[in-house]
Ligand binder design. Structure first.
Ligand SMILES: NC(=O)c1ccc[n+]([C@@H]2O[C@H](COP(=O)([O-])OP(=O)(O)OC[C@H]3O[C@@H](n4cnc5c(N)ncnc54)[C@H](OP(=O)(O)O)[C@@H]3O)[C@@H](O)[C@H]2O)c1
Length: 254
């Protein structure tokens, strides 16, 4: 079995790679920081690890990863679409280049890689795709407009293809983590300073729970009971109420 994991140089993606290797799965690890990926390959010496350094927001580099996924000689059994980042702040003040990159990575790359991986999985009648969404995509999120919208896309897209592929032997799992300690928070103000310690998940918990959910054939997972409660409340709350609550919260931040 071989898995291709995007964003394997840190955080949740790295934890997926470590857990998959522990299960004896060979890996193709993708991210921009080649040195980190090579270190990881050395650490996971019990399995074959192929390092594929690529910026997935760049069309030409993305095409190289798509080509790897469609290589008939070296089939990929599991695709983990994990690479992603978020921008935070009032949308009209955020640099448009970074918003554009966020959509290319969180949305376009995920769609293109999934499209590249699925045909051979469907033909073989087995395989899996894990997409990293977020509880923040459950409703519009003022202050994180593009990020939350990108994750709403991931959830909608994942649910649709999971339904299309039911009975095909190919599993699709949509994972919606809440606050998870990784390098993600280094890239923006995600309100992390207001979040008490016990509420946080670790990347290892998210990866392990996700792979267990995939084993069980589940199509959606919110890791951690605290975030299952958050997701439920968010899904039940009408948008006018959510908007009122969020307006107060975001005013404290900016
Ligand atoms: N942490 C949280 O609280 C949280 C909550 C909900 C959902 N998520 C989602 O979980 C996923 C993983 O995030 P994380 O928390 O593990 O963050 P992280 O520690 O910052 O890791 C992000 C990974 O994505 C890679 N990456 C970023 N830009 C890339 C690009 N242009 N091309 C290729 N790879 C790129 C990074 O590697 P390089 O820099 O080496 O390219 C890194 O390996 C994301 O999709 C995120 O939205 C995170």
């Amino acid at each position: 079995m071989t898995a291709l994991v995007t964003g394997a140089s840190s955080g949740i993606g790295r934890a997926f790679a470590v857990e998959l290797a522990r299960r004896g799965t060979d890996l193709v690890v993708v991210a921009r920081r080649r040195d980190r990926l090579e270190e990881l390959a050395k650490e996971l010496s019990d399995v074959n690890v192929e390092v594929l350094a690529a910026d997935l927001s760049d069309a030409d580099q993305l095409a190289v990863v798509e080509a790897r996924l469609t290589d008939p000689e070296r089939p990929i059994d599991l695709l983990v679409n994990n690479a992603g980042f978020g921008t935070a702040g009032p949308f009209h003040e955020l640099p448009i280049g970074r918003e554009d990159e966020e959509i290319r990575l969180n949305v376009l790359a995920l769609v293109r890689l999934t499209r590249a991986a699925l045909p051979s999985m469907v033909a073989r009648g087995q395989g899996g795709v894990v997409n990293l969404s977020s509880v923040s995509g459950e409703q519009p999120l003022p202050g994180w407009a593009t990020y939350a919208a990108s994750k709403a896309f991931v959830t909608s897209f994942s649910r649709a293809i999971a339904a299309e592929l039911k009975g095909s032997g190919v599993k699709v799992l949509n994972v919606l983590p809440g606050f998870t300690r990784t390098e993600f928070q280094d890239h923006g103000n995600f309100g992390q300073h207001f979040i008490p310690g016990p509420v946080w998940m670790t990347a290892e918990q998210v990866a392990r729970k996700s792979l267990k959910a995939l084993d069980r054939g589940r199509s959606e997972l919110v890791p951690g009971i605290q975030y299952r409660f958050v997701a439920l409340m968010t899904r039940l709350s009408p948008w006018p109420l959510t908007r009122l609550v969020l307006r107060g919260a975001t005013r404290k931040m900016w």
